[in-house]
Write a protein of this length. Sequence first.
Length: 131
Amino acid sequence: MTSFSAPSSRRLGVLVVLLVEDEMMIAMLVEDMLRDLGCDVVKAGHLPRALTLANTAALDGAILDINIDGEMVYPVARALRARGIPFIFSSGYTAAMVPAEFKDVPLLPKPLEDSVLGPLMEETFGPTGRG
């Protein structure tokens, strides 16, 4: 299990985070990182499930891989934005690949580092969730 080791290693509180990632090993790694931060994780590895969850699940935030099985995750991002749910993109792509409508969304570069994930989540989602 990966442990969070950032300088400010305080837990985020009980945030419910949607994780959209199609690579199983990456999804497991990020899920471990999120759980170490005290988050509850809802996972989706395919765009249809991700879109359903983005439209219906009680969420505090989301981490979205930009390319899911060859499809762009932007419909999920639009659904989250419409509901006022903050999100972070995760990708090996550069920020130049992100459409103008999402230029304000933080981009978590791959490979993911737990020392970057926690502070970026706290900045984007806030220190506490529903709990």
